[in-house]
Design a binder for this molecule. Structure first.
Ligand code: BF8
Ligand code: SF4
Length: 630
């Protein structure tokens, strides 16, 4: 086996530089150039001090003009902006979950979508008091999907999955009046509250921001994850590779980008079709390579081992290789820049969802009834584009790392049983993991999630923090673009155990896992909630007492704020490396970084000095250990 070495951020950057030279030859624009045009950013926007929710404004708060025309002060304005931001994220994740519910509803024994994990479906049905006995699995799937869809608009009651949380957490939500009701209601109520002349009281706005986050984490996202598992299989340990070097020069390269596995799964299916492979050969290629960008990449990597071409700020790079026949997108985190950029190359930029339509793209509407046909048409279009490559522009950086992925909660529990060989029931327990933590072999865990953001040197924060934490015997569970940063660096290669402290290294050896565990896409942060809930139940500790924290060092999206809110509201302290637009208000900042602790036993820490952010997390984990006497 060749000697193992992490890929450095400098190497990532050198590869990007070379690709940007490629772009310069054809007059391509890039995010690196646009960042220069957009900085410095507007200070009012950055601090959350600008209000434009009614046409008397926009009102900008300064020392000289401390109130908007309606009389709203800085705290009301910042708080409203924060709640709107959260509602955007909750809506987005949850609508993704809704699409998956619809896909489940369309599943059929002879259809495009099948039930791949019937046990999980039955488990969820039982949990939701849906009769399973003697039912055809597809009848059951439809019934469960319909019940899931009702979670979006039911007039009474709370989210069904809240019952998965420990009793103590449920009591907190009830006491603080933040238990989420119907998902659409929480999003709509948030927008109602932030309308001109409604809420301007910081406590009320932040409370609703937590509630809207919770409807995402324990509602829409959790359904998105669970039903994706039912449809496409619950992830199991899987070998794959990451970084641009996974694209293959001799092959037709199709890059899937976005979030909804209903599309990417179908593309993978058809790219594997012998008829399509033969067609690719006919067009002069040796085969077809599907790789991914952003969360959809995580989805198909976790279930099929499809390689990950990169994360958020690498999406333009795949086109800049000159070897991408088609970049096929569904929803979320897609740069509109891909339209004009793809025109500089031969790449087809194919949009597929009415939710994400963009200029200069080819729109092939994808839906569950015609999914097979649509996917076939897309794969065919990519193949037919292969002869249009401009050979002089083709450059695929020779950069990739091996990664072992697929760590659903089920898989983590199973793997860690190997460490202590505890007696386990059907689904296993988290007790072996707890034993590792109690004995101090592992000091704790960090759930690292989120995006890239040009405000932080891309991937550098994720990677440096992960290296620091594993060296301190802290295991990482990761998702989203954070996971891809880890994979590109090599931290998901099992040989990365040598970078760990002695305790974590031992666990990695015994359980045969890498020190950084890929739990999936951003909706899969719901897996982390379930893991935290199980750890709490199995240990008898409250979630907030566990030596576990959340971290998003390079976050950028509304979804990330929604996630942060549900992670905090579930009792996990959360560390951010990028400021939310809240610094304009001492009261909102005070609530987020302290006050909410009185409600939900956790809060945010914002620290843009990434090294310090790492120290703060380690301190917090040690503090929690001391508090529970371990
Ligand atoms: O949902 S981590 S840049 S791809 S928002 Fe987007 Fe951020 Fe990536 Fe996935 Ni999540
Ligand atoms: Fe200005 Fe008030 Fe209108 Fe906001 S709601 S724009 S602060 S007048």
């Amino acid at each position: 086996m060749s000697e193992f070495k992490l890929t450095t951020v400098e190497e990532f950057e050198a590869a990007t530089e070379r690709l940007l030279e490629n772009g310069a030859k054809v007059g391509a624009d890039s995010w690196q150039m646009r960042v220069k045009n957009q900085t410095p950013h507007c200070k009012f926007g950055e601090s959350g001090a600008c209000c434009r929710i009614c046409s008397m404004g926009p009102c900008r708060i300064t020392a000289k003009s401390p109130r908007g025309i309606c009389g709203c002060d800085i705290h009301g304005i910042v708080g409203r902006n924060y709640l709107k931001f959260t509602a955007g994220g909750a809506a987005t994740h949850s609508d993704h979950g809704r699409e998956i519910c619809h896909t489940l509803y369309e599943s059929a024994a002879d259809g495009n979508y099948k039930v791949k994990d019937p046990e999980k479906l039955i488990r969820i049905a039982k949990e939701w008091d849906i009769e399973t006995e003697g039912k055809d699995i597809y009848d059951l799937a439809h019934e469960v999907a319909e019940a899931g869809l009702m979670e979006y608009g039911k007039p009474f009651g709370f989210q069904r999955f809240l019952k998965r949380a420990p009793k103590h957490t449920q009591e907190i939500w009830e006491r603080e009046e933040i238990a989420p009701r119907a998902i659409d209601r929480e999003v709509a109520s948030s927008l109602h509250m932030t309308h001109m002349g409604c809420s301007s009281k910081p406590e009320a706005l932040i409370r609703q921001a937590l509630r809207a986050g919770l409807c995402d984490g324990w509602g829409g996202s959790m359904m998105g994850t669970e039903f994706s598992d039912v449809l496409f299989g619950t992830p199991k340990e899987m070998e794959t590779e990451a970084n641009l070097g996974v694209m293959v020069e001799e092959n037709v390269n199709i890059v899937v980008h976005g979030h909804d596995p209903s599309l990417s799964e179908m593309i993978c299916e058809y790219a594997d079709d012998p008829e399509m492979i033969a067609y690719a050969k006919e067009k002069g290629a040796q085969g077809i390579t599907v790789s991914g960008v952003c969360c959809t990449s995580n989805e198909v990597a976790m279930r099929r081992g499809i390689p990950m071409a990169g994360n958020f700020l690498q999406q333009e790079n795949v086109v800049l290789t000159g070897a991408c026949e088609a970049i096929v997108v569904d929803v979320q985190c897609i740069f509109p820049a891909l339209g004009p950029l793809s025109k500089c190359f031969h790449t087809k930029f194919i949009t597929t969802s009415p939710i994400a339509q963009m200029p200069e793209s080819e729109f092939i509407r994808f839906n569950s009834h015609t999914a097979g046909e649509n996917a076939k048409a897309i794969v065919k279009a990519a193949i037919e584009n292969f002869p249009n490559r401009k050979k002089e522009l083709v450059h695929i950086p020779d950069l990739k790392q091996k990664a072992t992925v697929g760590y659903s909660v089920e898989q983590i529990v199973k793997k860690l049983d190997g460490v202590t060989n505890s007696q386990v029931d059907e689904l296993g327990t988290t007790k072996p993991l707890i034993e590792c933590i109690v004995s101090g072999v592992l000091r704790g865990a960090v759930a690292m999630v989120g995006c890239n953001n040009p405000k932080v040197r891309p991937d550098a924060a994720h990677i440096s923090l992960m290296k620091k934490l594993i060296a301190n015997d802290i295991v990482l569970i990761v998702s989203g673009c954070s996971a891809q940063a880890a994979a590109k660096a090599g931290l998901m290669d099992k040989r990365a155990k040598d970078l760990c402290g002695a305790g974590l290294k031992r666990v990695c050896e015994l359980a045969d896992i890498p020190p950084v565990l890929h739990m999936g896409s951003c909706v899969d942060i719901s897996r982390m909630l379930i893991l935290a809930a199980e750890l709490s139940k199995d240990s008898g500790l409250n979630i907030s007492q566990l030596p576990v924290v959340g971290c998003a060092p390079e976050w950028m999206s509304e979804k990330a704020v929604s996630i942060g809110n549900y992670v905090v509201a579930s009792g996990l302290d959360t560390y951010l490396g990028v400021e939310p637009y809240a610094s304009g208000s001492s009261e909102i900042t005070g609530l987020l970084t302290g006050g909410v602790k009185d409600w939900v036993e956790a809060c945010y820490t914002v620290e843009t000095d990434i090294d310090k952010l790492g120290d703060l997390m380690i301190e917090k984990i040690e503090e929690k250990r001391t508090a529970i006497g371990i």
